[in-house]
Write a protein that binds this ligand. Structure first.
Ligand code: NAD
Ligand code: IPM
Ligand code: MN
Length: 362
């Protein structure tokens, strides 16, 4: 069966890492009888430059019709000086696809404990799934923009919290059976609604899943103190944005972290969690692994090709284990060399290479 994947390379290192995602999907497809068609479209800063709009109509239409969407990254200093923002294109895309459930797995690859800035005895065994609400909260509330005063409204409804909490509880059942819900219920009304909703859903439908609650400031500390205590972390849009960048470094680098943004009405959006990294863009230095692992998530979630996804994940594990990596993980390889090595490994891997958390990766 043929599947159409829309690629949105975007800005900065986005095109470099989107090429990686495409290359591994093309490498793995023939092994699993997959026929993939790729279409590229503009989003973000490059779309502002070409069409005056960060989310042009043609892009919106192609994404809506696709089986899945892959995004590199958007944004950069070029578009910081007023006028439309590239990031608005990404937010509009998430909203129109209904991509409310952002899964951000953070796994320290077994044998790669040296990549973590934490001591091995703290970091070893880190394997968590951050479930971030992606289409609500302060990102999408009413805004007032002003020179003297400005405001961003944070709003959540019970159904919005319930549907993302359900994703977290279901994920926990397939993992270690624990959910940590992160909020700021000591201060924020939306957090109190969040907490009450999560507690009620667990009581009604998921009594078998362990649930605890941690305030977001303490969570920032606990993640570093003892990351291995966490299984599924459930949180709202902005807290999830911040905590996932923090957590990614425990596994070595933000350049390694993938994500899937799932929808009830579409095959979803897949993107590495990092941004456009203007400081290294165009230099062939970007770590393509976050994008490559996002491609694996695309195959698993949108195309139901879990075996192909696992093959990519094993190839990445083997590549990093042998020391082929970019500078952010202490290696000396460029983006292209890593892509080629992973593609070579895809040809070679047959299931013999252990990968921590492979069974439970988002
Ligand atoms: P960033 O994630 O782009 O970069 C932060 C740091 O991490 C930089 O030092 C960068 O070089 C490094 N880094 C990031 N990805 C890397 C990779 N794959 N390999 C090696 N190093 C990597 O965050 P920022 O600098 O705060 O943001 C830059 C721009 O990206 C902003 O315009 C922001 O809005 C945008 N952004 C976009 C997305 C997205 O498109 N999904 C996500 C985050 C930030
Ligand atoms: C991310 C990014 C985006 C977010 C920005 C670019 C809108 O930081 O995907 O983590 O805040 O969600
Ligand atoms: Mn972010």
């Amino acid at each position: 069966m043929n599947h159409t994947i829309v690629l949105l390379p975007g800005d900065g290192i986005g095109p470099e890492v989107a090429a990686a995602a495409r290359a591994v999907m093309e490498a793995v497809a023939p092994h699993h009888g997959l026929s993939l068609t790729f279409e590229s479209h503009d989003i973000g800063g490059c779309a502002i430059d070409a069409h005056g709009d960060p989310f042009p109509e043609a892009t919106a239409k192609a994404c809506a019709q696709a089986d899945a969407v892959f995004l590199g990254a958007v944004g950069g200093p070029k578009w910081d000086g007023g006028g439309p923002r590239p990031e608005a294109g990404l937010l509009a895309l998430r909203k129109t696809l209904g991509a409310f459930a952002n899964l951000r797995p953070i796994t320290l690859f077994s044998g790669l404990e040296h990549l973590s800035p934490l001591k091995p005895e703290r970091a070893t065994g880190t394997d968590m799934l951050i479930v971030r609400e992606l289409t609500g909260g302060i990102y999408f509330g009413e805004k007032e923009e002003g020179d003297e005063e400005a405001s961003d409204l944070c709003r959540y409804s019970r159904p919005e919290v319930e549907r993302i909490a359900r994703i977290a509880f279901e994920a926990a059942r397939g993992r270690k059976g624990r959910v940590t819900s992160v909020d700021k219920a000591n201060v924020l009304a939306t957090s109190r609604l969040w907490r009450n909703t999560v507690v009620a859903l667990r009581e009604a439908e998921y009594p078998d899943v362990e649930l605890d609650h941690v305030l977001v400031d303490a969570m920032a500390m606990k993640l570093i103190e003892r990351p291995t205590q966490f299984d599924v972390i459930l949180t709202e849009n902005m807290f999830g944005d911040i905590l996932s960048d923090e957590a990614s470094v425990i596994a070595g680098s933000i350049g390694l972290a993938p994500s899937a943004s799932l929808s009830q009405t579409h095959g979803g959006l897949y993107e590495p969690i990092h941004g456009s990294a203007p400081d290294i863009a165009g230099q062939g230095k970007a770590n393509p692994v976050g994008a490559i692992l996002s491609a694996a998530m695309l195959l698993r979630h949108a195309l139901d090709a879990g075996d192909a996804a696992t093959q990519i994940e094993r190839a990445v594990g083997a590549c990093l284990a042998e020391g082929t990596g970019t500078a952010d993980v202490g290696g000396s390889a460029g983006t292209q060399a890593v892509i080629e090595r992973v593609c070579d490994k895809i040809g070679e891997t047959t299931g013999s290479i252990p990968l921590a958390g492979a069974a439970s990766r988002g």
